[in-house]
Design a protein around this ligand. Structure first.
Ligand code: NAD
Length: 358
């Protein structure tokens, strides 16, 4: 939905604009285009929280040297089907794609690959990486932690202790679009709170606690320090089960990758967002189950979608369907940028000498 203060741009124009700003902030032309394309694809996919609205924060992180333009991964271990990589604080959109290309190549060769990537700057939409793998016929599992500020409360806790730790599973489906389940383990992504706050909206009950640990629907409690100087926190999805998934993402994406876990009070001044990711890639062709996998997967998905539909629901969807539908719609209708985000983009561009027309 758009309102009067939204600015609507076609995705190509938005990408060019973002690439110009990134290049002015020190990225090579190729890097600027790759990061811009990834951010705009997140907007196209309906995930504005991981789209071009991140750009001002990235520029701040570059200025603080928490994000280093034109950086590639460093391989710290390579034994064929196991890879350990250090993202060296490069743009996650770049080092993440580079790491995935290496992992995919290994999984194709050996049948599987376990790949860790530590110390990457913000990887953005994790589904992007699963989409790279399923496009090659591979199953792809991702467990990610977020080192930025502890914004999600543990089950039973009253303040934030870890990040929104996303988890993602991509499964190719023969003859139809893939299953791409990609979610934050918080009930909603933190960026969606920023978007809601910018729009002056309240959020659903059960999403947030305030700076005193009490339930609230005000997204501002996780966007700016409150009366006592503290932030509130997001809650995990699925109560203690989602909390368990979040901890698994921290232990696998943060500890196992060597990138590090969160275990200290927040540093509210630091703007960098650092991700660690464990990725497991499986080639069904090597596993010897390809034919049966394809038949059984298709039978199950058909079974799901042949069932009755709940009142008020148009159809039973598969994970990945909403993003694909959003891409079709937004490619036609353009991407709406809310007024606050646009103001922030204009200001960010000006800091590197790019002046956007209003
Ligand atoms: P979400 O709640 O919008 O969607 C999560 C998943 O649910 C998607 O796979 C979607 O296809 C599926 N889905 C949605 N509606 C459905 C329906 N009706 N039927 C079946 N499936 C459906 O996502 P989110 O939790 O807000 O996460 C948004 C993005 O934020 C993700 O891309 C995630 O990777 C990203 N993220 C990144 C970081 C980071 O640090 N890099 C941190 C947190 C989240």
């Amino acid at each position: 939905m758009t309102d009067a203060t939204d600015k609507v741009l076609q995705h190509g124009a938005l990408q060019d604009m973002v690439a110009r700003i990134l290049a002015a902030a020190g990225s090579s032309t190729d890097e600027a285009q790759q990061v811009a394309a990834n951010l705009v694809l997140a907007n196209l996919s309906g995930h504005d929280s991981h789209g071009v609205g991140m750009l001002p924060r990235y520029l701040d992180a570059v200025r603080e040297s928490g994000l280093v333009p034109n950086t590639r991964t460093r391989t710290t271990l390579d034994i064929g089907s196991m890879l350990a990589l250090d993202g060296q604080r490069g743009y996650g959109q770049v080092v993440g794609a580079e790491a995935m290309a290496m992992g995919i190549e290994r999984a194709k060769k050996h049948g599987s690959c376990i790949m860790t990537l530590g110390n990457a700057h913000h990887l953005g939409r994790i589904g992007h990486f699963a989409e790279m793998a399923v496009a090659q016929g591979l199953v792809s599992l991702h467990f990610v932690n977020v080192l930025s500020r502890p914004i999600v409360a543990p089950w039973g806790g009253a303040d934030g202790r870890f990040g929104t730790n996303p988890c993602c599973i991509g499964i190719p489906l023969a003859g139809r679009a893939p299953f791409v389940l990609d979610f934050a383990t918080s009930r909603v992504a933190q960026g969606k709170m920023r978007v809601a706050f910018n729009k002056g909206e309240q959020v659903a009950p059960g999403t947030l606690i305030d700076e005193f640990g009490k339930p609230t629907t005000n997204p501002g409690v996780v966007v700016e320090p409150q009366s006592n100087g503290l932030l509130g926190a997001l809650l995990t999805f699925g109560e203690y089960k989602g909390y368990g998934m979040a901890v698994a993402c921290e232990l696998l994406g943060g500890a196992l990758s060597g990138g590090g876990t969160w275990h200290h009070p927040p540093d509210t001044s630091a703007r960098a967002v650092v991700n660690g990711m464990l990725t497991i890639l499986i080639d069904p062709a090597h596993l010897g189950t390809q034919e049966r996998f394809e038949q059984e997967a298709a039978a199950f998905v058909n079974w799901l979608q042949d069932g009755p539909v709940a009142p008020g629901t148009a159809s039973v969807l598969l994970a990945g369907d909403p993003e694909r539908a959003a891409r079709v719609k937004r490619a036609q209708q353009g991407i709406a940028i809310d007024g606050q985000t646009w103001t922030e983009l204009v200001a960010a561009g000006a800091t590197v000498g790019v002046h956007l027309a209003d």
